[in-house]
Every structure is written in C-alpha cells, then in structure tokens.
Design a binder for this molecule. Structure first.
Ligand code: C2E
Ligand code: CA
Ligand code: CA
Length: 260
C-alpha cells in the first residue's frame, strides 16, 4: 500500500509507449526443501526518477481505462520470453478479467507460447476470483481451452470472492492461491478453520495450493500442516529482478563447494 497519488491515464499511456515497464519475479517454493517450483511475475512501472512504481498505483486505473489489456499482453510476452531462458521452473502471470473478455485472449496466449518457445506446462495464468466472471459460461469454455493446451490456471486471492465454490466446481482450474489476509490472520480460530477447510477441499479435488504472503516460519508450519503445497512470501524471497532471479537459480543449480 502507498499514500502516493495514482497515475493518470496519460502518464500510463506515456509509460507504455516509452516501454518503462518492468517485471519482478517472486519465487513459490516447496516448504520442505525450499526449492523454487515457480515464480510469479509482478509488474512495476519505472518512474521518471528511475524508482519503481507499485501496481497499486496504476493497475486499478488501467483496469478502468482498458489499458490493462495492453499491459497484460506486454507482461505475458515478457514473462514467457524470460521463463523460456530458465530451466524447469514455471511462471505465473496475472491476467485481469478484462483480458479474459477479449475474444482473442486464448489465441494470443497460444501465439505467445509458440513465439517464445515456452512449453505450455510452464505457464500458469492467475485470475482473481472476486472481480472475475460475470459470464461464467464463457469463462468455463476459455479456461477449458487453456487447460487443454496444457496451460495452468490458478484462482488468485482465494477466499476473498463471493462465488468461489461455483468457480471451483465449474472451472477446470489447476491451483488455488490462498489470500494473504487469511495467512496473516491464521492465529484467529476462524481463519485457521477456513485455511484447513479450503486445503482439504482443494486436495480432495486434486488441485495444487499456494499460500500467499507467508512472512513467518510459524505461518509456514501451519500452512504446510494444513496441506498447502507451495509457499510465497517475504519469508522466502521478495520479488526479484530478472537478473537477481537468474543468479539465484544458477546458485541453486551449482554443486556445493568442494563437491566433485
Ligand atoms: P497479487 O497477485 O495478489 O500479488 C501478490 C502481492 O503480494 C504482490 O504485490 C507481492 O509483492 C505481495 N507480497 C509478496 N509477498 C508478500 C508478503 O510476504 N507479505 C505481504 N504483505 N505482501 C507480499 P504487488 O507486486 O504490489 O502486486 C499487487 C497486485 O497487483 C497483485 O496482487 C496483482 O493483483 C496486481 N498485479 C501485479 N502484476 C500484475 C500484472 O502483470 N497484471 C495484472 N492484471 N495485475 C497485476
Ligand atoms: Ca497473483
Ligand atoms: Ca494474490
């Protein structure tokens, strides 16, 4: 959160035209060994002074103005290009409901994968359930097409929307991301019960679970014992630049010093 003013539509247009957009990547790790299974691409804008501007200050505006479609396409293309250069790990890209409403969205995803050479299994689209589908029939078809292509689809901020269970039943999703508000509040009896219930349900449906906003070892232990597969949060890593992530991946892949 920030107390700085939001960007104007004109400022955002200028930033897009001048290509002052940046992606940071935050690891999602398996808690037992800390291995990086995937990363989430998080967009930033480089301001005139070189500082990075948080999406809170421009994503809501872009969603209102429609500029989110251009931003989202840029983010998807850039993330797939970057991920194609890494070994193994998958990349999660946030997709706004407005992008899903674009009839060419699924073919844009397909073209982007082909152009960048990233295999579909290594891409996961994150959709926020709350704002999502006024037309669940159309969404059902689109999500099924993506999943048939091999692309993963995650329901983001799970638990904050109002129709989660319908989405779970009707959409062929592959993962849920438990919202960080439940994680930070896990000491409360209600949040703990919701986390445990959601994990049990998701596991019974064969879905993967990521807990978001994990900041303490205590939270990680609780989430892990509740059944979450992956953890994402400052406890493991902040969002990193592409170069810092590449360096981290190289270090992890290297044999320990002294090994033959
Ligand atoms: P999100 O998808 O829920 O992303 C997770 C947010 O939690 C990120 O904020 C991340 O930096 C932050 N975070 C990570 N670990 C922790 C932690 O341990 N504690 C806390 N308190 N926060 C943590 P960020 O990067 O500021 O992004 C905010 C939102 O902007 C995202 O929320 C997403 O909804 C939106 N966004 C970001 N990139 C894109 C994009 O490319 N397209 C679209 N449509 N939306 C985006
Ligand atoms: Ca997300
Ligand atoms: Ca989220």
């Amino acid at each position: 959160m920030t107390d700085k003013p939001n960007l104007s539509i004109a400022e955002l247009d200028r930033a897009i035209a001048e290509e002052r957009l940046v992606l940071l990547y935050q690891p999602q790790v398996t808690p037992a060994d800390g291995a990086i299974a995937s990363v989430e691409a998080l967009i930033r804008l480089r301001g005139g002074d070189g500082a990075l501007i948080s999406p809170d200050r421009f994503v809501p505006i872009a969603e209102m103005s429609g500029q989110i479609v251009a931003l989202g396409k840029w983010a998807l293309r850039q993330a797939c290009r970057d991920a194609a250069g890494w070994e193994r790990i998958a990349v999660g890209v946030n997709a706004s409901p407005m992008q899903f409403h674009d009839p060419d969205f699924v073919s844009f995803v397909e073209t982007t994968l082909r152009d960048t050479g990233l295999s579909p299994e290594r891409l996961e689209l994150e959709i926020t359930e709350g704002a999502y589908f006024d037309d669940i029939d159309a969404a059902e078809v689109e999500v099924a097409r993506l999943r048939d292509m091999g692309v993963g689809v995650a329901l983001d901020d799970f638990g904050t929307g109002y129709a989660s269970l319908t989405y779970l039943r009707r959409l062929k999703i592959s993962k849920i991301k438990i919202d960080k508000s439940f994680v930070s509040d896990f000491h409360s009896v209600d949040s703990a019960a919701i986390i445990q219930g959601v994990c049990a349900m998701a596991r019974a449906m064969g879905l993967k679970i990521t807990a978001e906003g994990v900041e303490t070892a205590e939270q990680a232990r609780f989430l892990s014992s509740a059944g979450a597969h992956y953890m994402q949060g400052y406890l493991y890593s902040p969002p990193l630049t592409r170069d810092d992530l590449a360096k981290l991946l190289r270090e992890r892949a290297a044999p320990p010093p002294g090994a033959p």
